[in-house]
Structure formats: C-alpha cells, structure tokens
Design a protein. Structure first.
Length: 525
C-alpha cells in the first residue's frame, strides 16, 4: 500500500479505484482519502462572514471574503450582469511554470461572488444555499423559511441551530432528523412531534430523554407515563437544559446502538446512508450509486472523492457544488459539463483552470478558444501537469482565498495557528474587538468569550419555544453539534450481542453498546 504524501499514513487503492481513475485518465492519488477531503474543505467557507464593498457598484454587502484580502469581489447583481468583461483577465498557459501558480494569480484578479447561492429572499446572510426565505446564517441547504444557524437543512421552517434536518418545523438543536415538529435536542429521529432530548425515535409524540422508541407517547426516559405524569415530570428538565442533556446522554448508554445507519441500501459501507447502491465510505449520502469516499452527497452516480455535492455524475475530487457532469477538481460550481479545475463557475461547458465565469465554453485560464484550439491545447496542459505531479490533485490549500481557520477544514481537521503556518496555510488572527466583556447590551460566549448577537426573529423563536437565549456563540453551538456526530471513519468491532465482527463508526474504546444490523432490528425497547 502507498504512503500518503501529506500524513505518511498508508492507504489502499483498490483495483476498482484504479479502474475508475483509468477510465478518466487520472493518475492514482498520492494522498489518503482523509487528506484529500481536507484539501477540498480548505476551499469551503460556510459561515465566516464579513461586510465588504462590491468592487463594481461599491455597495456594501455580506461576503465570505474578509475586507483585508486583496481580491476582487462583486455583489450578486453585478456579478451576474453584463457590466463587466468576464474574460478580461484571461491569459495563455505558461508551460515553464506549475499550473497552481498560474491559477492562484487568476483567483486574485478575477471578480468573485461575495456569497454563493441563488433565489433567496430576505436572506442576505446565508451561503451555499438556494431558495431560502427569511433565513439567517444558514449554509448548505435549500428551500428553508424563517430558519437560522442551520447547516444542510432542506424544506424546513422555523428551525434554529440544526444540522441535516429535512421537511421539519419548529426544531431547535436537532441533528439528522426528518419530518419532525416542535422538538428540541433530537438526534436521528423521524416523524416525531413535541419530543425532547431523545435519540433514534420514530413516530413518537411527547417523549423526553428517550432512546430507540417506536410509535410511543408520553414516555420519560423510556418509562411509560400518563399524560399528567409526563407533563409534571418534564417541567423541571425543560428549565434546565444542561441537566437534561447530561442525563439523557447517560441514559442512552443503557441501550444498544446501531453499528451504522444504512437504510434501503445495497452493497454499501459508511454511515447515515439512504437509498444507495454500490457506494463505499459514504457518509450522509442519499441516492448515490457506484460511488466512493462521499461526504454529504445527494443523488450522484459513478463518482469518487466528493464533499458537499448534489445531483451529478462522473465526478472526481469535487466539493461545494451541484448539477455537474463529467468534472474533476472543481469547487463552488453549478451546472458544469466536462470541466476541470474550476472555481466559482456556473452554467459552463468545457472549461479548464477557470475562475469566476458563467455561461462560457471552451476557455482555459479564462481565455477564450475555439473548440479545435481547446481540444488541441488541453492534452498538452494535462501532460504538463502530470509531470509536475499536479494532475488529479485538488487545489493546493496554500492558494485558497480563505484562511484555514475560516473554513470547514478547521471544524473537521482542527489545527493550531503554528501548525497551519508550518504547512504554509494562511491564518486569520483573532480580532480582540470581538471579545469584549459581557454587558446588558453585549453577549459573550461562555465557551470561547467571543461576542455574538441575537436577531429579533430569533428572540421570538426562543420565546415561542420556551427556550433560554443561548449562552454560546453560533460557532461554539455548531462545534457542539458536530461533537455529537460519529467520526467519518469505520472501525472494526464485535457485535455486543452475537459477537459477529462488524464495521461501525463507534470506535472500540467508546462506551456505547453496539449491535450488528440483525441484532439491532431484533431488539425491542
């Protein structure tokens, strides 16, 4: 097995991997899957937002690029307009230099979208979102309304501080839930209403601190109560969220946990997978077929090394994109066909090494070519990149327009400032003006000390749901949610009931009782 060029850990390249890469004429990877995903995440800034002036109309707007970065950024209206020349910075490919250097120069001069998204109303502070209404600080979701601080939320309304919730309403601090209503602190629940601090419930109403129940009502820590007994019991706990959370987490350890959550799938490995086929190492994947190393993926086929992507086919090393076909090493793109090494490009065909283009075709480094010229030059560039060892690799994190600690990479693969700088990554230092002592007018996070605010619709939500105003900043609340998620890694372990060897995202040293799929399905609570 080869050793990873970045972390030196050994990793496997299977015959199936080699066959897929050979079909696309891509060399075998030189980094392990973890380091490959880390690269992709260094180009994804979800919620580190700033105010910055549009370089064309000078209007101040919300941006994922801090004002101190020497970049050209346009607001949505200007970027999509015909008031500028998209190809003004196009240049010839220089075969005496690595591609990465030339691409980095293009990023610095080509106009970039302040935020990535479309079709949202009264939602200036959302990113990587589409079709939102009255939302604030959401990322990675679609079709949400009156929702705040959510990640990967779809078709939901009045949800706050949630991660991967679908078709739900009035939820707070919920993780991976679907068709739920009026609930708080749920994880992996479906079709539930008025439930709190519970996990792995289906079809339940009015349950508190419960685990693994099906179609139950008025249960308190898995104990059946009358309606009157239940309402009396939960009064104390609802007013003390710390106590409720800690006791519920201890209670969950009494019950068998499913090794991996793979539902209606065929020949799949990973966790949190639904309606997938022939997908391996898939995590938060739905309707993926013939894929491998997919992290947050919906409706993709015949693809490998995918992060935060929906609706595509024949893809390799893509991130933060959607509706692409036969593409490689692209990020923040939408509706591309036969494109490679593109950043912030939309509705384009046959691009290579392009930045900030829309509705273009046959361009290399933002320079326009004829179809014949493009097809003649492209193989020469690919051969050059194979010699430099760049072809097939995702963009170098050193040329990312974001500092490492502004990106999602810091959430999943945290580094200290010293570690990041040693790798050659950029780092954004703390602004001490954002860490003032708490007063009646200023909120300060109990965990990190950073100042934060609550908007009026958010306050109304807390009042309606009878929830205390959070004492942690949005970043620390997101960190809390991610801490409850299992790692995106499979461990070998034995089923606690039948001793059959299993693969699970629960590491062997963890306290949870873990069952294989057969034993789990036979268990009643």
């Amino acid at each position: 097995m080869p050793s990873c060029k970045s972390c030196q850990n050994q990793f496997e390249i299977t015959p199936e991997d080699k066959a897929f890469l050979a079909r696309l004429s891509i060399p075998n990877p030189v980094e392990c899957p973890v380091c490959r995903e880390n690269r992709r995440l260094t180009f994804r800034n979800e919620k580190t937002l700033y105010l910055r002036n549009c370089a064309l109309c000078n209007r101040q707007t919300v941006s994922i690029y801090s004002p101190d970065k020497k970049l050209t950024t346009y607001c949505q209206s200007c970027w999509w307009s015909d008031n500028w020349d998209q190809l003004a910075h196009g240049k010839d490919f220089d075969f005496s230099r690595p591609f990465s250097e030339q691409f980095a120069e293009l990023i610095k001069v080509q106009p970039l979208l302040m935020l990535f998204g479309k079709n949202s109303q009264n939602s200036e502070y959302v990113n990587q979102e589409t079709d939102d209404k009255n939302c604030y600080m959401n990322a990675g979701g679609h079709y949400n309304e009156d929702s705040y601080y959510c990640t990967y939320s779809i078709w939901s309304k009045n949800t706050v501080d949630c991660y991967w919730v679908m078709r739900s309403e009035r939820l707070y601090q919920c993780i991976k839930c679907e068709n739920c209503f009026g609930s708080t602190y749920l994880q992996e629940c479906e079709n539930c209403s008025d439930c709190h601090y519970s996990r792995d419930l289906k079809g339940c109403n009015n349950c508190f601190g419960c685990f693994g129940l099906r179609h139950k009502e008025y249960c308190f820590f898995n104990q059946q109560l009358t309606k009157e007994e239940y309402l009396q019991k939960i009064k104390e706990y609802l007013s003390n969220p710390d106590q409720a959370f800690k006791e519920s987490q201890r209670h969950f350890l009494k019950y068998p946990h499913r090794a991996v959550n793979i539902v209606n799938c065929e020949n799949c490995t990973g966790d949190d997978m639904l309606n997938c086929k022939n997908t391996h190492e898939g995590y938060l994947a739905e309707k993926t077929h013939d894929c491998k190393y997919c992290y947050v993926a919906i409706d993709i086929k015949d693809s490998m090394d995918i992060t935060s992507f929906g609706w595509g086919e024949m893809l390799y090393n893509l991130a933060s994109s959607g509706d692409d076909y036969n593409c490689m090493a692209c990020t923040s793109t939408w509706t591309l066909h036969f494109c490679q090494y593109c950043f912030v490009c939309l509705n384009c065909d046959y691009l290579f090494g392009c930045v900030g283009l829309h509705r273009k075709k046959y361009c290399i480094l933002n320079k326009q070519y004829t179809k014949e010229e493009y097809e003649t030059l492209l193989p020469k560039i690919i051969e050059h990149m194979k010699k430099t060892g760049e072809y097939g690799q995702f963009f170098d994190p050193k040329i990312s327009p974001f500092c490492y600690n502004e990106t999602v990479a810091q959430q999943y693969y945290p580094l200290t400032k010293e570690q990041a700088l040693a790798k050659g990554y950029n780092w954004k230092d703390t602004d001490q003006r954002e860490y003032q002592p708490a007063t009646k007018e200023i909120l300060a996070c109990n965990d990190c000390g950073k100042n934060y605010k609550t908007i009026e619709p958010e306050k109304k939500f807390y009042k309606t749901m009878h929830i205390q105003t959070p004492t942690q900043c949005p970043d620390c609340r997101q960190k809390f949610r991610l801490s409850l998620r299992n790692p995106r890694h499979l461990f070998l372990r034995a089923c606690a009931k039948c001793n059959t060897p299993i693969q699970t995202t629960y590491s062997p040293e963890r306290q949870e009782i873990v069952y294989c799929e057969k034993c789990y399905l036979e268990t009643t609570y």
